[in-house]
Design a protein. Structure first.
Length: 686
């Protein structure tokens, strides 16, 4: 197994290397957490904290890892950090160990930590959350083993050796969120080493360096005038014998990943050769149309006109007769400029067909390409024959993946809750949305063990099967009455009465986020899963189990939870509540009471002075659970959406009494991006 330390660079305190390390950490953090919606002050403050923590670790430890950075951030407001830096500068041999640049950087760090200690606790908490969300992932054993090794166990000491010796680096991490962020981290290290070929002329350039990246939108990063980014390496990498081969869903997906249209265009214009397959993305089509230009097309117009005078009506044959009539015919031709490629042609591209802008080193030409699939034994097979082979292939069955797994194995049942974020769509999500998720097989978690059935003396061998069944969708959206499930008959009636409520989805400067939420059984889940001997799905319903719009006053104020026993108990020690939640964030899990399924649908409830006592924990890894309202205070929008979804599920089970609840249930995020299964209150990056 190879190990790599992505934050260790020799002479970190020299030549502004610590800034490059900081930029790489924050770029990976943005890729892990997604595009930030909160105020830029949190990202800027997190960058400053990370920068000075890197300086501290480099000065105090010499060799340091992401784990060291994480631990230092947790104690950044303590006197210990400042004293350690002052001790280093006061040593007798400090002048021999550190040059003027290094001592200046250490002095600036001392000044920063002195200032940081004076900040308000609320501000420091927000900065700390923004800075440590990504670093916290390396508290996991497997992640730390690969990316935070001791110096003696470090196998990849420098990217320079991999590039200059022509080695191939394959990167694979099962955790999808961590794979994206660490893929970005390692890519930036690779790009830094490529650019250092220009900085250090003694390095060899005869070996070509290359990055081949699929789903490039998951790894893209731009420097925007900073130290390093894809835009910089694409612009200067040719001189260092480097090229980048990137595959993305569309140009628009790159725009969304970067979050800055001008920066995205600056990056895209560096790709001299581009190949575009079938696409309905307007930005992708427009990009190719404009580059390919227009040509003069001759158009012909033909018109015929008839004039007559002194007409008389023909009563025998009908119509009119005229002795003085003439017919004029006009034909005209003119040139018009038209695009060489249109959106219609893009949308009609078949499989293995593409438009290409090809740069051969001298000039750029445009082609329509006919691609050859890798399974062809003969490369000269004609394109028409390739398409015919595809048409003759058997169509895939809707539940082929389920059937292959479950025809051989059965299981007993547990619950799984699925989270949706966002709003409107034309087709409502159903069990197919779960099955098509990449993590479906791992979340299904089917197992079988040998056991015995019956009672003595009639004992016989048998198998015990277990698996997870998708039971409940939890939807979180900003606007009242706006839902993925508006085409379900019962849900449509419920939503129609809720649209009169004002929008609830807001994000304020004080990091308060608010959403509406709803729960309902997974549509059509009984079709594939009831074929199993254990069944396990919920009874089919066409309506919501619970809607936040039906407890509108409580959802806005939390008034009906003010007498909850657990809420009152933990409110006496709020810091202890947060510590308890942080301690359980690695594994998740919370106290829930068993609730059975019900055919009831959500209806508007009057404002109750108090909801029934709840057994749900008051604190978990997502924050403070009570009161169960639609607002969440914190800088992380995803965590806020998860907490609000958890509150809605609790109200649906304990107030509306329509949603089942059981021990051991797991969650999975389906939209806008799918995730692995996790428990309630668990940090989904772990």
């Amino acid at each position: 197994m190879q190990t790599f330390n992505p934050v260790y660079i020799e002479d970190t305190l020299k030549e502004s290397n610590y800034l490059e390390v900081t930029s790489m950490i924050r770029a990976a953090a943005k890729n892990f957490s997604g595009k930030a919606k909160e105020s830029p002050i949190w990202e800027d403050s997190a960058f400053n904290l990370t920068k000075n923590v890197v300086v501290y670790c480099a000065a105090v430890y010499g060799y340091f890892t992401l784990t060291d950075c994480y631990k230092t951030m947790l104690k950044a407001d303590s006197d210990e950090v400042i004293e350690n830096l002052k001790t280093i500068l006061s040593k007798k041999n400090a002048a021999a160990i550190y040059d003027e640049e290094e001592k200046f950087n250490i002095s600036c760090a001392i000044q920063y930590f002195t200032e940081y200690a004076l900040f308000e606790d609320k501000f420091k908490s927000g900065v700390l959350v923004s800075a440590t969300t990504f670093l916290n992932q390396f508290q996991d054993y497997n992640a730390a083993k690969i990316f935070c090794p001791p110096k003696a166990q470090l196998t990849i000491k420098s990217m320079d050796d991999i590039i200059d010796e022509g080695k191939i680096l394959l990167f694979h991490v099962k955790n999808e969120a961590l794979a994206r962020s660490m893929g970005t981290f390692i890519k930036l290290h690779y790009e830094r080493s490529v650019l250092n070929r220009l900085k250090y002329p003694n390095r060899k350039k005869d070996r070509m360096a290359a990055i081949i990246a699929d789903e490039f939108q998951d790894l893209v990063s731009v420097g925007q005038g900073g130290s390093i980014g894809d835009d910089k390496v694409c612009a200067k990498g040719r001189e260092a014998n480097f090229f980048l081969l990137a595959a993305s869903q569309s140009i628009n997906s790159i725009h969304n990943a970067i979050g800055n249209e001008k920066a995205a265009k600056e990056l895209i214009q560096n790709f001299r050769t581009r190949i575009a397959c079938h696409s309905s993305d307007i930005d992708t089509i427009r990009n190719f149309k404009e580059l390919m230009g227009q040509e003069d097309v001759e158009k012909t117009s033909h018109s015929v006109s008839e004039n007559s005078q002194k007409t008389t009506r023909n009563f025998i044959l009908g119509g009119f007769d005229s002795k003085d009539a003439n017919i004029n015919e006009s034909i005209s031709t003119s040139n018009h400029k038209e695009h060489l490629v249109t959106g219609k042609e893009f949308s009609k591209l078949k499989s293995f067909e593409a438009f290409a802008q090809v740069y051969d080193g001298i000039e750029t030409k445009f082609y329509k390409l006919f691609l050859k699939p890798s399974f062809l034994k003969k490369r000269h097979t004609k394109h028409k024959k390739v398409l015919k082979m595809l048409k003759e292939k058997e169509p895939s069955l809707l539940f082929s993946r389920i059937k292959k797994l479950l025809q051989k194995q059965g299981s007993t049942v547990a619950s799984i809750a699925l989270l949706f974020l966002s709003a409107n769509s034309y087709a409502f999500p159903n069990v197919c949305s779960v099955v098509n998720a990449k993590e479906f097989n791992s979340c299904l978690n089917f197992r079988y063990t040998l056991t015995t059935c019956g009672s003595w003396p009639f004992v016989r061998p048998c198998y015990r099967f277990t698996y997870m069944v998708p039971q409940t969708f939890i939807e979180v959206s900003p606007n009242a009455g706006s839902s993925y499930f508006s085409t379900l008959p019962g849900a449509a009636v419920q939503l129609a009465s809720a649209k009169a409520l004002p929008p609830f989805g807001t994000e304020h400067d004080d990091d308060t986020q608010s959403y509406h939420a709803r729960t309902l059984s997974v549509p059509f889940a009984q079709i594939p899963f009831n074929m199993l001997p254990c069944g396990g799905t919920r009874m089919p319903k066409l309506c919501f189990d619970g809607m936040s719009e039906h407890v509108a006053e409580h959802w806005s104020t939390g008034i009906s939870d003010k007498y909850q026993p657990k809420f009152l108990a933990w409110s006496l020690a709020p810091k202890a509540c947060l510590i308890k939640g942080a301690a359980t964030s690695a594994t998740g899990g919370t106290d829930v009471s068993f609730a059975s399924d019900s055919p009831m649908c959500s209806i508007k409830l009057p404002t109750l002075p108090s909801f029934p006592p709840s057994n749900h924990s008051a604190c978990n890894g997502w924050g403070t659970f009570y009161p169960r309202m639609g607002s969440y205070n914190g800088p992380a929008s995803l965590t806020g959406a998860l907490m609000i979804a958890s509150r809605m599920k609790s109200i649906s089970s304990e107030v509306f009494r329509a949603t089942p609840s059981s021990f051991g249930e797991q969650w999975q995020m389906i939209s806008p991006g799918s995730s692995s299964c996790f428990r309630e209150g668990q940090n989904i990056g772990i």
